[in-house]
Write a protein that binds this ligand. Structure first.
Ligand SMILES: [Zn+2]
Length: 150
């Protein structure tokens, strides 16, 4: 496995997010669901930088329909515009950035029923291969449609 691959596999979004947030003095609510992969780490870091002076509380950081969604509140109404701008910048950047490796030069690919932002280079293939392997090991022939309920 390459060093890059190891970095991707070992990345823990929760750990990194809480670390960056606390360094920037940004609060994270206790019930916050945090989930993102290595490739979007810089986008999230830029987001924290952009809102660090707003007295923000983060309620969630997740992938939704193939884009990064961040839920947060700010202390003062006057900072809301700043917050909305920062969340939409993060969302737009994530749409063109591979969520595994961070490549933002190629096209994104839709993977099966999940909308995943993956580059057309190594990542899409790697994920497809591991899904195939899982299918073989489970011995299932899933169609990922309503037929699977029968
Ligand atoms: Zn990639």
């Amino acid at each position: 496995m390459s060093d890059h691959r190891v970095k991707i596999d070992e990345f823990n979004g929760v750990f990194h997010f809480k670390d960056w947030a606390s360094q920037a003095g940004v609060m994270v609510s206790e019930q916050a669901e945090i989930y993102y992969s290595y490739g979007w780490a810089d986008i999230v870091k830029d987001f924290i930088d952009a809102i660090k002076d707003c007295g923000a509380v983060i309620h969630g950081v997740k992938t939704e329909f193939g884009a990064l969604e961040i839920w947060c509140d700010v202390e003062n109404k006057k900072d809301e515009v700043k917050m909305w701008r920062a969340t939409s910048v993060a969302r737009e950047k994530s749409k063109i950035t591979c969520e595994l490796c961070g490549d933002n030069t190629g096209k994104r690919a839709v993977l099966r029923q999940d909308v995943k932002v993956l580059c057309q280079r190594g990542c899409r293939m790697a994920v497809l291969e591991s899904l195939e392997k899982m299918d073989q090991e489970n011995g299932t022939r899933r169609t990922n449609t309503w037929l699977d309920d029968y």
